[in-house]
Design a protein around this ligand. Structure first.
Ligand code: SN0
Ligand code: CP
Length: 320
């Protein structure tokens, strides 16, 4: 595995799940694979789960780990080529990437959507420069349009808790005070469309996700109708993806609190499990009673981030 940026990089999902459950049984099974190998984790944005779980995964495999918060301590980076660098940015990505790559064997990158240009975000301009100029295997720790480590952990969680062979899984939009990326819902849809589930996406009009990720999923604008009979509810906020109206890309079009997932929503489901990637804005995305209920999986879901990262890093080490 040379890159991990989307579901297709993982190959057959049943095989990937088998590897995940093997690791879950003994997460140190491959502890010698990463001996004298270094994993560099580069963060352009904040993180708790990804920062901790990916370090743990690298250590499970015997790797050394370096964590760099680009905007805290390193030089501010220019990402545009051809720019006269007379401003506040001291270093260009085109030097920084090969320099950083010289100190490690595998690179993880977190670089959220910037909402300045839909084209720059949806062509993964930053992540692809690391892939192109580092010469090392690169995995996404949430880039502009995808968060595949999260979605793989979500799939593992659904596989562990499902009570039927083909569960109904609903991805629901919910309100948020900020304009958040589409990376998490995009990757969740990416994975659910390849998994053996009955997948439904529900959101207000105007929030249509990119067709590249929606693919054959059913889109239902009536949230309560979408929730009927659901086995899993996956809640997330995202800003306008700019599909219906490109000029609205990155905007907040709606803060309708009737989309907040509460007990009345969960009552029409098939006693569904509740999921969210975290961090979550309580009583915006979901009410306290729903996220604290026995059917809430947000903690085991977050714990599975160690497993998804260990599988991905194992495959990258095996490809060195
Ligand atoms: C794993 C999720 C990371 C990120 N979440 C946020 O930026 C939430 C920030 C906030 O709630 O203020 C997102 O929505 O993509
Ligand atoms: N879910 C997730 O990736 O959390 P962090 O942003 O805290 O890493």
């Amino acid at each position: 595995m040379k890159t991990y940026t989307n579901v297709f990089d993982l190959g057959d999902l049943k095989t990937a799940l088998a590897e995940a459950f093997e690791i879950k049984k003994d997460r140190y099974k491959y502890e010698n694979l990463g001996k004298h190998k270094t994993c560099l984790l580069i963060f352009f944005n904040n993180s708790l789960r990804t920062r901790l779980s990916t370090q743990k995964a690298a250590r499970n495999l015997g790797m050394d780990v370096i964590v760099l918060d680009v905007n805290q301590g390193a030089w501010k980076l220019e990402t545009e080529r051809g720019v006269i660098m007379d401003g506040d940015k001291s270093e260009h990505l085109l030097e920084a990437i090969p320099v950083m790559a010289s100190y490690c064997d595998i690179i993880g990158v977190r670089s959220f959507a910037r909402f300045e240009s839909r084209e720059d975000d949806y062509t993964e301009k930053i992540l692809n420069q690391f892939i192109q100029y580092s010469g090392k295997p690169v995995f996404s720790m949430e880039a502009a349009t995808c968060h595949p480590l999260q979605a793989f952990a979500d799939l593992i969680t659904i596989e562990e808790y499902k009570k039927k062979e083909r569960p109904k899984v609903v991805l629901t939009w919910a309100p948020h005070p900020r304009a958040l990326p589409q990376a998490v819902p995009n990757s969740f849809a990416d994975f659910m469309n390849e998994a053996d589930v009955d997948f439904v996406i529900t959101h207000p009009e105007g929030y249509e996700l990119d067709p590249k990720f929606v693919r054959g999923a059913k889109v239902e604008y009536n949230q309560m109708k979408a929730f009927e009979g659901a086995d899993f509810i996956y809640a997330k906020n995202w800003a306008c993806p700019g599909v219906t109206n490109p000029a609205d890309y990155g905007k907040i079009l709606n803060k309708d609190m009737s989309w907040t997932v509460d007990a009345a929503h969960m009552a029409v489901t098939n006693n569904a499990f509740f999921m969210h990637c975290l961090p979550v804005r309580r009583n915006m995305i979901v009410t306290d009673d729903v996220i604290e209920a026995p059917t809430s999986l947000v903690i085991p879901e977050a714990a599975n981030r160690e497993i998804s990262a260990t599988v991905v890093l194992k495959r990258m080490l095996q490809s060195l």
